[in-house]
Design a protein around this ligand. Structure first.
Ligand code: XMP
Length: 317
């Protein structure tokens, strides 16, 4: 039978053999897959693994700093790259979801390519591809799809010409988590909900501005930290908030307000292909709603998304 220990021993041995003294570059996303791939390769080749973690300005509140710290704490050779302004500039004025995805994919490739060029004589590109990514590579929304659509336009960026190493290619998500646990990766990374590559950009309906990102980060943070505090985080497959461009009338003291509506989304799922909305307790929703409206400037109404997938999707864009 499969055990994570055996998998780790065998994979690390293979990676040592395959990679020898070569240098490898890997993009960390803060998610489970890229982190586990990085730790496996790190065990095999140590500092010859060069990790790059890009701040695209579309991550959750404080996520870049927190996750970068835990990567360093895990001993990884990681460089944090602040590319927020490049992403915001490329996104300015874009409202179409696919155009936003493309812009983000394109800037990510530019930033990553620049960074990869700075690693002298790098031979390999490592990726955290897992088995479902391999079989569902037809899926339209994944980051690889973004990369492919870019190729057709401008030709291959240099890092994509590197040899590819994908140590998790045979694993399912739960196996990746077990391997991650055995590798003693921080719980904040292992237990984390999936988060889309384009980040908060596809949870802000309409165009993206740093101000809107800031509003959504605060809302999301209140929702997620309350899920954690109430012990509900692990019962939910994925959760997040959506900033809608809809404004509605409210009242605050004697004043009439006219501010944005945010939606909360939490789903149960096995693989993201189908999903049902989480039956979060009313009391919990009441507390979260109050806290959001009291604390976040610019939001005066909170709604809860009760759509299942299909026919809705998990993300709104
Ligand atoms: P949907 O919205 O299609 O989402 O039901 C299913 C899962 O995929 C994630 N998702 C993405 N992940 N790039 C990603 O890396 C994307 O463009 C993207 N779009 C959706 C979504 O968060 C959910 O986990």
């Amino acid at each position: 039978d499969w055990t994570s220990e055996q998998f780790i021993d065998a994979t690390v041995a293979e990676l040592k053999e395959q990679l020898g003294n070569d240098k490898v570059v890997l993009g960390l996303s803060g998610g489970v897959d890229s982190s586990v791939a990085a730790m496996l390769i790190h065990q095999a080749i140590g500092k010859n693994l060069y990790c790059i973690f890009v701040d695209n300005g579309l991550l959750r509140k404080d996520e870049f700093e927190t996750v970068l710290d835990s990567y360093k704490h895990m001993g990884l050779n990681v460089k944090g790259v602040d590319a927020k302004d490049k992403f915001y500039t490329a996104l300015a004025g874009l409202t179409d979801p696919e155009q936003k995805r493309k812009a983000i994919g394109r800037v990510f490739i530019e930033v990553f390519d620049d960074e990869a060029h700075q690693i002298e004589d790098v031979k390999w590109l490592a990726q955290g591809t897992i088995y479902p990514d391999v079989i569902e590579s037809v899926s339209v929304k994944g980051p690889s799809a973004t990369i492919k659509s870019h190729h057709n336009v401008g030709g291959l960026p240099d890092f994509m010409k590197l040899k590819v190493v994908e140590p998790l290619k045979t694993l399912f998500k739960d196996e990746v988590r077990l391997v991650g646990k055995a590798l003693q990766i921080d719980d904040i990374i292992i237990g984390r909900h999936p988060f889309p590559g384009p980040g908060l950009a596809i949870r802000i309906l309409g165009d993206i501005t740093p101000e809107k990102v800031h509003v959504l980060q605060q809302v999301d943070h209140i929702f997620i930290s309350n899920l954690k505090k109430s012990g509900l985080y692990d019962e939910v497959w994925q959760a997040g908030a959506i900033l809608t461009p809809v404004q509605s009338v409210g009242v605050m003291g004697d004043e009439r307000t006219y501010e944005n509506v945010v939606a909360l989304r939490a789903v149960t799922s096995v693989d993201g292909m189908t999903a049902d909305w989480s039956r979060l307790p009313y009391e919990f929703l009441a507390d979260v709603s109050n806290e959001i409206i009291n604390k976040v400037k610019g939001v005066n109404r909170v709604v809860y998304d009760i759509s299942s997938k299909p026919p809705a999707t998990i993300e709104w864009e």
